[in-house]
Write a protein that binds this ligand. Structure first.
Ligand SMILES: C[S@@+](CC[C@H](N)C(=O)[O-])C[C@H]1O[C@@H](n2cnc3c(N)ncnc32)[C@H](O)[C@@H]1O
Length: 180
């Protein structure tokens, strides 16, 4: 499998999720936190007539096109999130830190999330602690607390008042949209 394919398994599904939940406005301003080569939003732009402006970020320096290079967490702290109608969090793993930053700032736009918990994948300790599991409990039986990652994500989102999440799940990959 080539790199672009690895970055974008279930590409059509990801594109469709975004098309189905594009806000009803023109232009639409998108903050693309895990932009890669920007393939998803390039495709979305081709399928709609309205203008879509993307501010792209990626940590790797060798991606296609114009984007901010570096850790999205660093950029997130200095950006005014109210300027964006959608935030795209198309991560490889569990984007706990990014979601925490976005939600704790009371962001009210649309959030697209890719959440992948690998077979032996650990859940972020801080996320578990937000859910009132203690460091001691997690240390004693770590495997117990890494189970049911999706349920734990849902419980964690509900701490921010988010009860309804639209989602497609394929094995351990979960593609979600939070649309207030
Ligand atoms: C699943 S791919 C994204 C595919 C992309 N959304 C597209 O449309 O082609 C994940 C990307 O996130 C980037 N990445 C991982 N951690 C990051 C971080 N902390 N800050 C910024 N980019 C990151 C990786 O370099 C990779 O290109």
């Amino acid at each position: 499998m080539n790199k672009a394919a690895t970055d974008n398994s279930h590409f059509e599904l990801k594109v469709k999720l975004r098309l189905d939940h594009l806000p009803d406005m023109d232009p639409v301003n998108v903050l693309d936190l895990f932009s890669g080569d920007g393939l998803i939003w390039t495709e979305v732009k081709q399928r709609v007539s309205k203008q879509i402006n993307t501010l792209r970020i990626d940590i790797k320096p060798d991606k296609k096109g114009l984007y901010l290079k570096g850790d999205n967490l660093k950029f997130l702290q200095s950006l005014n999130l109210d300027e964006f109608d959608c935030i795209d969090v198309d991560a490889y793993g569990v984007p706990y830190k990014q979601l925490k930053e976005i939600l704790s700032r009371n962001y009210k736009g649309i959030i697209f999330i890719t959440y992948i918990q690998s077979v032996f994948g650990k859940l972020p300790k801080k996320m578990l602690m937000d859910l009132n599991y203690t460091a001691e409990m997690i240390r004693k039986v770590p495997t117990l607390f890494d189970r049911n990652g999706l349920l734990k994500l849902n419980n964690w989102l509900s701490l921010y008042g988010i009860k309804k999440v639209k989602r497609f799940s394929i094995e351990r990959k979960h593609y979600s949209v939070i649309n207030y």
